[in-house]
Design a protein around this ligand. Sequence first.
Ligand SMILES: [Zn+2]
Length: 116
Amino acid sequence: MSKSQYQCPQCLSSGTLEVIVKVSAKVNQDDIDNIETDIDEAKDSSHEWDQNSAMSCTNCGCFNVSSYFENDRTPIESFRTALTYYGIAAPQSNEELMSLEYSYLKKLSRAVERNK
Ligand SMILES: [Zn+2]
């Protein structure tokens, strides 16, 4: 698993994240009843967001501020979180879990496959 800066803490997906951003849009008003905004015509096309912006995972529906998705968990914490999310009971001690890592990785990858 490659490390990415943002990752869903529930399902460990990093390619299914969406964040609410602030963008500028040009205000087009042809007549009083037809006022539209166009982000492609905006002078400033930057997208603004920060640690408090709302982020969601379209894979599992996890929703929180973006800092919650920062991948600052240790590999063992991430592994445990994912096992819990997919309903796989894991041993209490980290040592035991790591010694059985391969068999739990196989269980996890099967669970991820079933969820696709
Ligand atoms: Zn997710």
